[in-house]
Design a protein around this ligand. Sequence first.
Ligand SMILES: Cc1cc2nc3c(=O)[nH]c(=O)nc-3n(C[C@H](O)[C@H](O)[C@H](O)COP(=O)(O)OP(=O)(O)OC[C@H]3O[C@@H](n4cnc5c(N)ncnc54)[C@H](O)[C@@H]3O)c2cc1C
Length: 397
Amino acid sequence: MKVLISGAGIAGLTVAYWLRHYGFTPTIVERAASLVTGGYKIDVRGSALQVLTRMGIYDAVVAASTDMQGALLVDKDGTVVKEMTGDAFGHRVGEDLEIVRGTLCQILMDHISDAEFIFGDSIRVIAQSSDRVQVEFSKNSPREFDLVIGADGLHSNVRAIVFGDESRFVRDLGLYLCVYTVPNYLKLDCLEMQYSELGRVAAIWSSRGDANAKACFGFVAPPVIDLRNRAQQQQVLTSVYQGIGWEVPKLLSMIPSAPDYYFDAAAQIRMEQWSQGRVVLVGDAGYCASPMSGQGTSLALIGGYVLAGELAAASGNYRTAFDRYEKEMRPLITLNQDLGLKSAKLMRSKENKNVVTWLLEQAMRLAPGRLLEFFINRSTRRIHEAANAIPLKHYSA
Ligand SMILES: Cc1cc2nc3c(=O)[nH]c(=O)nc-3n(C[C@H](O)[C@H](O)[C@H](O)COP(=O)(O)OP(=O)(O)OC[C@H]3O[C@@H](n4cnc5c(N)ncnc54)[C@H](O)[C@@H]3O)c2cc1C
């Protein structure tokens, strides 16, 4: 069975690996000219660790993990108010792992044997008939496939072509995230520093093997920012982060010279169905829980594993497989999307001018370290529960 996968991210590469494993013939089309490496550090937790183990890459991921040793929480002037271990700060328990997104993609890609990759192209048209899918690309010649999998992230192209405009499925969380590379001028060694308050977080870290550091901002703002205009984003950031000293002004001044730059609204994708005919979505494309959940990568790994497994178990009967994929995944997705909503709600609580917010602000002023530790520990418990909420089936070809 010939399967076209749009997107060589975590979900696309995982589903490609497993499809190949079960004897399908996957082709991966990726918009970028080559595998997108680098990026944010991401966590793999709970049941997703079993996916890595079953792929035989758990040890490789451990060896390439960020190895973050600690986190220093600072106040507006840069005074350290709390020290935490890297794992406690990153909500990691037990075997949970943290790795740079692109490094995980590289490991996944290296373990896929014998799949066709088309880089630098994108699907333009998808036309389904009863027994096949005809696909037109932006650059390459048209081709036919048995199935198409949309694994092309939050702003999925396949979703837009087959299911409809993103605006029908997106739930904006009222927050923005910005991450970019800066020189490691603070000489951080597997260490993170973070300033947090309700509605504004700023951080800098350097992980294992990175000669540079990453600056990261997460903040509440109305949805008026042009996602393609870096200069405007810098202005917004400067105004949102006014009043915070520490390293913030210096980090913001580095935006124009940053060699890589990620800026996006934190959003979720909520759909009633993830498949239509011979086309199905996996990962952020179908059920993005937002970076606020801390679970996007784990969901992409599990989604890719379950989708390919159900296709194998149903001997390619895609209707049965897509139904079972949906049934297996839906409770996990609901729980993890709720996590994203909860942490976005906390970040936005300043918008509710009530007594609880006032008390929170006072507590944050008087004992910031203890309050932050309380919130981090509470969310670790919730994430741990949600990350383990799916008993992973064993599938065979
Ligand atoms: C460059 C990059 C940086 C990121 N940085 C962060 C971050 O800082 N913080 C965070 O929390 N999350 C970040 N994410 C998202 C996070 O990695 C995802 O939640 C998680 O990895 C889910 O994986 P996914 O495979 O579903 O989607 P993604 O990881 O988004 O992968 C989607 C893939 O599809 C490709 N693609 C997109 N459009 C097309 C198209 N039209 N045709 C073909 N291919 C296409 C993309 O290039 C990408 O390789 C980032 C994603 C990317 C792509």
